[in-house]
Ligand binder design. Structure first.
Ligand code: AMP
Length: 249
């Protein structure tokens, strides 16, 4: 089974981004970038399937600027076999990425596509679902456990108040939740070895995909600052305050 994994290059989760003074966007400037954490989980799961003899090949794909090569190299260092960079300077919204991945699926014919449940920069949580719809394949989002079977996969999904187990006929699309696995640490020797693994370059034009944005951001605003907490001297005082504040509400 061939597995295709979508990996996005995002601002590192440790970086605190600021909204620009005019509210038009966030200022990411030269902030450190990294692989979207949910995509690391997706790569890890695919590599585990390869190590278990279930996957025959793991192909990682990133769409965006040339610098996405770094993200692809990290995925190759984790154990993916080869990479495809869909290179474009255009702003890519989830529908455009889903259409690019759709075109690549037609080329690559994977049996399983794994995406993150959301990219931590746009928090859209749309790409995997849109891709499944475009392909007309079954999908399971927010996967926390994956059991491969013969011609199908059994997926445990995180849902409100519990979990749900689905059987999906392959080919299928999955999106990963945090609990699916703990991604491995990339060692320096593996990073060096990854430099020799193949990375193909394609463009949206070559794939025949129109990536024009469909949404326009009108305004961005930081969350309101939290008011500082108050220290009380005793439980009695705490009860008094709670009673008084409940009355105000
Ligand atoms: P989103 O719908 O933007 O929250 O992204 C969900 C998932 O889609 C991500 O975790 C990635 O697996 C995939 N994805 C989104 N954008 C890209 C991109 N530019 N390149 C590769 N994969 C992407």
């Amino acid at each position: 089974m061939k597995v295709l994994v979508a990996v996005k290059r995002v601002v590192d989760h440790n970086v605190k981004v600021r909204v620009l003074a005019d509210g038009s966007d966030v200022d990411i400037g030269s902030a450190k970038r990294a692989m979207n954490p949910f995509d690391e989980i997706a790569v890890e799961e695919a590599v585990r399937l390869k190590e278990a003899g279930v996957a025959s090949e793991v192909v990682v794909v990133s769409c965006g600027a040339a610098a996405c090569q770094d993200t692809l190299r990290s995925a190759l260092a984790m154990g993916a076999d080869r990479a495809v960079l869909v290179e474009t300077a255009a702003e890519l919204q989830p529908l455009a990425v889903a259409r690019l991945l759709h075109a690549l699926c037609e080329r690559e014919q994977p049996q399983l596509v794994i995406c993150g449940k959301q990219a931590i920069d746009d928090d859209a949580g749309q790409t995997g679902q849109m891709l499944a719809a475009l392909l007309d394949w079954p999908q399971a989002t927010n996967a926390s456990k994956l059991l491969p079977g013969d011609g199908h996969v059994e997926v445990t999904r995180e849902i409100d108040g519990g979990s749900e187990v689905l059987a999906l006929t392959l080919p299928a699309v999955l999106t990963t939740d945090l609990r699916l696995n703990e991604p491995r640490f990339v060692s320096l020797p593996n990073l060096m070895k990854a430099k020799k693994k193949p990375v193909d370059n394609v463009t949206p034009e070559a794939l025949g995909v129109d990536v024009a944005p469909r949404l326009r951001t009108l305004r961005m605003a930081p969350p309101p600052a939290r008011t500082p907490g108050v220290r009380v001297a005793s439980v009695a005082q705490l009860m008094e305050r709670l009673r008084a504040e409940a009355q105000v509400i």
